[in-house]
Design a protein around this ligand. Sequence first.
Ligand code: SF4
Ligand code: SF4
Ligand code: SF4
Length: 354
Amino acid sequence: MKGAALESGKGIKSILIDLMTDALNNGAVSSILVPSTGPDNSFPWTLVTDVSSLDRAEPIPPIMSVQGAKALASFTQFPEEGRLLAVMRPCEARAAIELSKLEQIDLNNIILLTFDCPGAVPLSEFGDDGIMKPDIQQSETIRPLCRQCTSFTSEGDVCLTCNEDDRILVPLTTKGQNFLDSLGKRAEADASAWMKWAKDLSEERQKIKKDAENKLKSTYGGLNGLAEFFSGCISCRNCRKVCPICYCRLCFIDMKDRRSPSSEYLEHSSNAGAARLLSNTLLFHVGRMAHMSLSCVSCGMCEDACPSDIPIGRLVSMVSSNTTDIFGYSAGSNPEDPLPLNTFQLEELHEYED
Ligand code: SF4
Ligand code: SF4
Ligand code: SF4
């Protein structure tokens, strides 16, 4: 694989800002979606059309407060006139690709630029001082799902490698190649050292992921285990709100005809002495997992937003890996792969019949 060599010895943030500046100045794109520095160490997504606003850009913020695909979906459901560059983490680019398959983002005029992701600091540990930074070499600085993330690079249309001596812009799709051409950059630098680094780290993380999943299964297997897993759930539904993939316009759990009459709750209460509200905790989570199981991109947003510290992202990600393996599908990796959810094949899954 080859890419365009960029100035080495420069910080990754400066390289990304130079790239965005070039792209706007020479008309390769007309707008850029990128996180920026906000008040009190927040990093809101911003739609930049003027290079002077790039001085606040923070393309690799230490935390993920809003999933990039969610920001992108908020304004790109319909075809855009100009060309947009979205600078985001690999899991955000994959979520954007999934959402385009679910017709909630139109990616036609959007270029997804990713980078070797260092991971993100858990929201709960990110103090007001904003000092904490994710470090890919120090797993304790990043969220548990980042520690087992195997898709931390090479996603979207074009990817920037972040190795100290290897700053290479690697095109991954025709759109990515056209972007390089429009910047006047030629993909002539050998990226094999970076590919080897990525492969080795991915294999190392695959083992960490398997070990973590085995532990999760042995601790919370079966229906009783699942009930125990969610015993601390307060039904705030934060996990649903922050998830980029939760695609239903109206959640099944909130549908009016799903609500039981108050007599039913009173009956439960008089049988047991008291009844827990909001009810249907397990039904909500099992339903959500079923919906997520083919498209979860393991971004960890749900887990980061859970006030009860439930490792929900690791559970959904594990369930999703099992389901996607059955279909030979990898959520968000290839825009051309049809979504198993809406692909009907007469001859499939016979092994699960009866
Ligand atoms: S899951 Fe974590 S390491 Fe993986 S791409 Fe997302 S933020 Fe980066
Ligand atoms: S279920 Fe959780 S880990 Fe999966 S895509 Fe949604 S927020 Fe990310
Ligand atoms: S965010 Fe946590 S507490 Fe809230 S509904 Fe989800 S799992 Fe339950």
